[in-house]
Design a protein around this ligand. Structure first.
Ligand code: 6PG
Length: 477
């Protein structure tokens, strides 16, 4: 009761004021983003379906620029026009909320979906709500810390949402003087870019896990492992994810917690969407798919490994790979992950009418997000002025880095041999190995045999060199 009176007092004080931004949804991300705005001097209205969540948030964070509402109509009336409502809710709830808001807003108002929504749903929503309000799809990255102190943000839509852009600029992360905030033309393009971000996130997390796990499996001292990871940072491989791995291992050295965490990985689905889309579009992204499947299989593997019927493999003890080898392996991993992601972006630009400037994508990922890494600056410069419609004609990463891949591939082969000999688990790094073999091996890849079999049993035809015509072979004489 006291709490309610306190909140009412805040409400009354500001009853006739209008606020610049409305935050709908006070989960971790919503709360932290609201506080980030307040820090920047922006007046904020907040609303949550469950009023008690709003009450406790306001109680803990009393500030004249922060006002909460129990009633959706009051929340909307409290906003400056055109209203800017930022949705930070679960993707499953977005449609219901948009529908509700469509009855209360005007066509010049903005509703920005900052959740991890599926980009094709967002694409439809741009159409569906076109005359009701301005819908903006927006990927936000950086977790709780990012939302509170500066996330990386990617906006989509057919029209540049200038007012939303200006407001989000106030809270976005910065790389030097530049904002980690980008607009990508195309309905759903913001959520598409976020999906790609998350897919690479899966692959990077899995590859780091595979490297560190190999070192553990080869009985390297934990302090030594941390030292090697630090060395990778010093050699120019620093990234947010590598940094948190070091933090986790250091914490574990003191508290011995890692081995007590159940060996099964969760996921919310954005990585899976990327694999699904890649299969639908015929653009293979094997490392991303391996990372998604590794998480999916982890529960199955864990139950198998604890089953009494399973006789576990025994590993041999080898020398752990040097930091030079790890450096090369991680480099090739990044190269392949970005190559795969770029092929998907190129497909979306060509076939969905998106105008995704990859140089800008890499720019906005340089800080604030989970993928933040030192190499992104170099990548953004490399793709400066690239033609979004013809992205890969002269920018194919694997081709471009071909000379340096040759040397690093020896390290990768050494690493893969260590993995095999020690029975460590490394599906993503093996996928990178095969991806590069597919591009560079001077041996047969074998697809002609696949075609021969298809023709043998189904008369699907084969192309003979130089003919350009589908031909059936009389296999059975
Ligand atoms: C980010 C993250 C974030 C992600 C969650 C859950 O950029 O801040 O990518 O948006 O969705 O961390 O991801 P999974 O549950 O799919 O691992």
């Amino acid at each position: 009761m006291i709490l309610r009176e306190l909140i009412n007092e805040v409400l009354y004080q500001t009853k006739y004021m209008t606020n610049r931004v409305g935050i709908f949804g006070l989960s971790t991300m919503g709360k932290n983003l609201a506080l980030n705005f307040v820090d920047k001097g922006v007046t904020v209205s907040v609303f949550n379906r469950t009023p008690s969540v709003t009450y406790s948030f306001l109680k803990e964070n009393q500030h004249p620029n922060l006002v909460g509402f129990e009633n959706l109509n009051d929340f909307i009336s409290s906003l400056e026009r055109p209203r800017i409502i930022l949705l930070l809710i679960k993707s499953e709830a977005v449609e219901v909320v948009l529908n509700e808001l469509s009855k209360l807003l005007d066509s010049e108002d903005y509703v920005v979906d900052l959740g991890n929504s599926y980009f094709l749903d967002s694409r439809d929503r741009h159409q569906r709500y076109r005359n009701k309000f301005n819908f903006v799809d927006c990927g936000i990255s950086g977790g709780e810390e990012g939302a509170r102190h500066g996330p990386s943000l990617v906006l989509g839509g057919s029209n540049f949402p200038a007012q939303v852009f200006d407001v989000l600029k106030l809270v976005s992360a910065r790389f030097g003087d530049e904002f980690c905030l980008g607009y990508f033309e195309g309905d759903g393009a913001g959520h598409f870019v976020k999906m790609i971000h998350n897919a690479i996130e899966y692959a990077v997390m899995q590859s780091l896990t595979e490297i560190i796990t190999l070192l553990f499996n080869l009985k390297e001292e934990q302090a030594e492992i941390i030292q090697k990871l630090r060395e990778l940072e010093h050699r120019g491989m620093s990234s947010y994810l590598l940094g948190i791995c070091i933090n986790i291992l250091e914490y574990d050295l003191e508290n011995r917690i890692l081995h007590r965490i159940v060996d099964e990985a969760g996921q919310k689905g954005t990585g899976k969407w990327c694999s699904q889309v890649s299969l639908d579009w015929g653009v293979g992204v094997p490392s991303i798919t391996c990372a998604v499947e590794a998480r999916q299989l982890s529960t199955y593997f864990n139950s198998l490994r604890s089953s009494p019927g399973i006789k576990v493999f025994n590993n041999s003890v080898l020398k752990p790979p040097s930091v030079e080898i790890l450096y090369d392996v991680l480099n090739l991993c990044y190269l392949c992950f970005y190559d795969q992601a770029l092929r998907l972006i190129a497909h979306a630009n060509r076939n969905l009418g998106y105008k995704i400037d990859v140089s800008l994508v890499f720019k906005v990922w340089r800080a604030g997000c989970i993928l933040a890494a030192s190499h992104l600056n170099q990548l953004s410069q490399m793709f400066h002025n690239s033609n979004y419609l013809d992205l890969l004609s002269n920018m194919n990463l694997v081709e471009r880095f071909s000379p340096s891949i040759q040397d690093k591939f020896r390290s990768l082969t050494h690493f893969v041999n260590c993995v095999s000999d020690s029975y460590s688990y490394a599906p993503v790094i093996f996928s990178v190995y095969n991806y590069l073999l597919g591009a560079f091996s001077n041996k047969r890849l074998g697809f002609s045999l696949i075609q021969a079999m298809r023709d043998f049993f189904g008369r699907h035809g084969v192309y003979l060199d130089g003919s350009g015509q589908l031909t059936n072979i009389e296999w059975k004489k």
